[in-house]
Design a protein around this ligand. Structure first.
Ligand SMILES: Nc1ncnc2c1ncn2[C@@H]1O[C@H](COP(=O)(O)OP(=O)(O)O)[C@@H](O)[C@H]1O
Ligand SMILES: [Mg+2]
Length: 504
């Protein structure tokens, strides 16, 4: 890379936008964009992409923080004084104007500060209009960039969606911006058209050599087009990197989940470069502390499917779908589901095994704040989870509900519900678990498998026998590893939610 490409054209420093209702749409963003770079903001709807772009363009003002353009703060510059143009998803062309006039529209209004020498020989700066030939030259050039030469006289209403979007891009390019902002510009196009336009935009970027800042919620689009991807969630940057970095080394489980179809398993480090997940210890290449709880990410295409006795872990194929190039299969391993991509199909019901190479196992530190379990309500309105059964308050599941004498739940609008076998998500805080020597007293029984000293308290893990469920909690008491204990959780400390439908 030469020096020019290393120059920062845009720099965001502590950029923050809090809306009047208190919503923090953009939360203290630090980021720079290099001259000529293709940078993409990627994240789910509502994560603050458009708000960030609008502040760069000057349509919205930061609550705090700075935007530097070529090293200078541009907060005071109105949008039309910034060398920046924006292309929106809805292209908002003038339907009554032809292609040429749509593209020329802004230029015709434009005034260029020009040095004028008057009759007495004095020079002064005057705002002058572009003359007709200059406008024509610029419009022709812009239309050429978007491959619409010869379309000048066509009415925009006769163009396809893709062609209309190209007119919109030409309209932005005709101002010769240093930076082009594109806010989901292909969002309104159908899949085929979108794919074509992705390639065309990439080519345009190469030819123009200007900086593109692109916004999308489509991870595939971001991966194909960008030099750099900025992954956002809730107004906060999660990761910045090249597409391959983001894909191969996601920084946290949000990024891993958002980019590509990943398997994310809960795991525990069992030793130096050894991690236990889906009931088996695997070699890996990341170093974490022993007994640390981690998220393990494995891409479906990195899992090799083999005959039952050949691989590391056995399971049964429970689904198999042809995806055009490969099959996507799900293998059930114990309670876990492993998504596998392979060109060779295995039938549903077939027993098989999998093999994963150490460097395809990506380990991420888990920020452990709560215990989460899947469970169900029993006919006695207790809850079963983590190989145990506990008293709980089922009325949490329906706000405003209560239990009648027979133990049926009556909802706020008077419906009577039998909760037996209802699937629930159970959350228990780190401070809400106690243990007892008298194992029978507990709702669940297990052994202490880990004691980590955390400065002023210990963090313990109790693991059950049957399904090896882990209870993680903080305590100030001293215990010994391998002690057999009962797990006690008070009724009001068990948080319940109805199980959400799994997205696939
Ligand atoms: N003018 C506004 N007033 C209040 N809230 C807003 C306004 N504009 C956007 N938001 C909120 O800010 C958040 C981020 O919005 P936006 O930047 O449009 O997200 P994205 O483009 O990533 O979908 C959303 O929760 C949205 O509802
Ligand atoms: Mg948006």
């Amino acid at each position: 890379m030469n020096d020019k490409t290393q120059e920062k054209i845009i720099e965001l420093i502590g950029l923050t936008r809090v809306f009047e209702d208190g919503l923090v749409a953009v939360d203290n963003i630090d980021l720079y964009v290099r001259k000529g770079e293709f940078v993409t903001f990627l994240g789910p709807s509502g994560c603050g992409k458009t708000t960030t772009l609008r502040m760069i363009a000057g349509f919205d003002k930061p609550t705090s923080g700075q935007i530097l353009l070529n090293g200078k703060d541009i907060s005071a510059l109105p949008p039309n004084k910034r060398p920046i143009n924006t292309v929106f998803q809805r292209y908002a062309l003038f339907p009554h104007l032809n292609v040429y006039d749509n593209v020329a529209f802004g230029l015709k209004l434009k005034r260029i500060p020009t040095k004028i020498t008057d009759k007495s020989g004095k020079t002064k700066i005057k705002e002058v209009k572009l003359d007709k030939q200059e406008v024509a030259k610029k419009v022709e050039h812009a239309l050429k960039m978007v491959d619409l030469e010869g379309f000048e006289r066509r009415s925009v209403s006769t163009l396809s969606g893709g062609q209309q979007q190209r007119v919109a891009i030409a309209r932005a390019l005709v101002n010769e911006p240093e930076i082009l902002l594109l806010d989901e510009p292909l969002g309104a196009l159908d899949l085929k058209m979108r794919k074509d336009m992705q390639l065309e935009l990439k080519e345009m970027h190469r030819k123009l050599g200007i900086t593109f800042i692109y916004v999308t919620h489509d991870q595939e689009e971001a991966l194909t087009m960008s030099d750099t991807i900025v992954v956002m969630k809730d107004g906060v940057i999660q990761q910045i990197g090249k597409p391959t970095d983001i894909y191969n080394e996601p920084k946290n489980s949000f990024v891993a989940d958002f980019i590509g179809d990943s398997n994310i398993f809960s795991g525990t480090m069992t030793g130096n470069r050894k991690v236990r997940f889906i009931g088996k210890v695997f070699d890996c290449v990341d170093d974490f502390e022993k007994n640390e709880k981690v998220d393990v990410v494995v891409r479906p295409e990195d899992i090799f499917l083999m005959d039952e006795d050949k691989g590391q872990v056995k399971g049964v194929i429970i689904s198999s779908i042809f995806k055009g190039v490969h099959y996507e299969m799900v293998m059930k391993v114990g309670k876990s589901e492993v998504v596998i991509q392979s060109t060779a199909q295995r039938q549903v019901g077939e027993k098989a095994s999998i093999f994963i190479r150490p460097d395809d196992i990506h380990i991420m530190a888990k920020e452990f704040s709560d215990n989460k379990f899947e469970g169900y309500i029993t006919k006695h309105n207790t809850v079963c989870f983590g190989d145990g059964e506990f008293e709980c308050d089922v009325t949490q599941l329906y706000p405003g509900s209560f239990l009648d004498e027979e133990g049926y739940l009556i909802t706020a609008d008077g419906n009577k519900i039998d909760l037996t076998d209802t699937d629930v998500e159970v959350t228990v805080g780190l401070k809400d678990i106690e243990i007892t020597d008298n194992a029978e007293e507990g709702g669940a029984v297990g052994n202490i498998v880990s004691i980590i000293y955390k400065g002023d308290h210990y963090q313990l893990i109790v693991r059950t026998d049957e399904n090896e469920e882990d209870y993680v909690f903080d305590t100030e008491d001293t215990w010994n590893e391998n002690d057999r204990v009962g797990v006690i959780i008070k009724k009001d400390k068990i948080r319940l939610a109805l199980k959400q439908e799994v997205r696939r």
